[in-house]
Design a protein. Structure first.
Length: 296
């Protein structure tokens, strides 16, 4: 059974509409218009409505870069939003980057809820959680706020610094920050005999390590999964694999997990999407996740 999951209670985020390769989103009090390659259908709202609502629009110069155009120069380049569920609360600093991102992927809130509830169910007093390809750290901070001893790995120093800013904003401390190629880090942890209760993987389609290591999802994900499941604590664990790649389906993710970890329990696979208030759904990647808890 394939699940379709979307965040349902994030007050500081709203997908207003999407279509014609764009999306209109509210982050806190600011409404942004930016490119979205998956939105191949027509917009639901009129161009006039989009223009009226948009505070800041991203104007692309190439496939990977562009500039932000503000409706008024008084609008900030940086601002904060809050995320809260039944277990935890975090604060995130957003910013206008040159490559259309703002520092958070809102659909991941579904996985954040899974992380916090799983950490709370573990018997271990300070369960260990590893976040790979960890970006600006929302998932790391959710795990930390829920009580986990958290390790955050990303290959880009600037985004790890950004994650540290988010830690301070969220009034948390002691996340372990690692700037390294994710696959190399996993292989080193295996040699050290390390174990983790929770592992989060949100790999890009393409990427580079700090020393020029190349990452291509379809070339490296099998090796990564084979290695990473060996780091899981046998008694209690969870793992989330999330991919945003037009070529990947949830069946591929299911096969990857089952062949890498035949003893998997409680496996759930499906798609993440954002529900626009205009009525349309925006698909934003596929996931596989599973957990195991000690019996009462």
């Amino acid at each position: 059974m394939i699940s379709l999951l979307t965040p349902t209670h994030w007050k500081d985020y709203e997908l207003i509409d999407c279509g014609d390769f764009e999306k209109l989103e509210r982050f806190g009090n600011l409404v942004l218009s930016r490119p979205e390659p998956q939105a191949v259908w027509k917009k639901t709202l009129s161009d006039q409505e989009w223009k009226k609502r948009t505070h800041i629009r991203f104007k692309g110069r190439s496939a990977t870069s562009g500039e932000w155009v503000k409706s008024t120069q008084q609008l900030p380049d940086r601002w904060n939003v809050e995320y809260q569920n039944d277990e935890v609360k975090i604060n995130l600093r957003l910013g206008l980057t040159s490559f259309k991102h703002v520092g958070v992927f809102p659909e991941q809130a579904v996985n954040w809820d899974y992380i916090s509830s799983s950490v709370k169910k573990f018997k271990a007093s300070s369960p260990k959680v590893l976040n790979l390809f960890a970006y600006t750290g929302a998932a790391s901070l959710i795990a930390k706020a829920a009580g986990a001893d958290t390790t955050h790995v990303d290959s880009i120093k600037q985004v790890v610094n950004w994650a540290n800013e988010n830690q301070e904003l969220s009034q948390l401390k002691d996340v372990r920050w690692v700037v390294e190629d994710a696959l190399k880090f996993v292989q080193r942890e295996l040699k050290r005999g390390k174990k983790y209760n929770g592992i989060i993987l949100d790999p890009p389609a393409f990427g580079h390590g700090p020393n020029g290591e190349k990452w291509k999802l379809e070339d490296h994900i099998q090796e990564m999964m084979h290695d990473v499941v060996q780091l899981l604590d046998e008694k209690e664990h969870f793992l989330i694999l999330n991919t945003y790649s037009l070529g990947f389906s949830s069946v591929i993710v299911e096969n990857l997990i089952k062949t890498s970890f035949p003893e998997v329990q409680n496996l759930e696979t499906g798609e993440l999407y954002l529900q626009a208030t205009s009525g349309i759904k925006l698909p934003l990647g596929v996931f596989g996740k599973f957990n195991k808890f000690q019996a009462e």
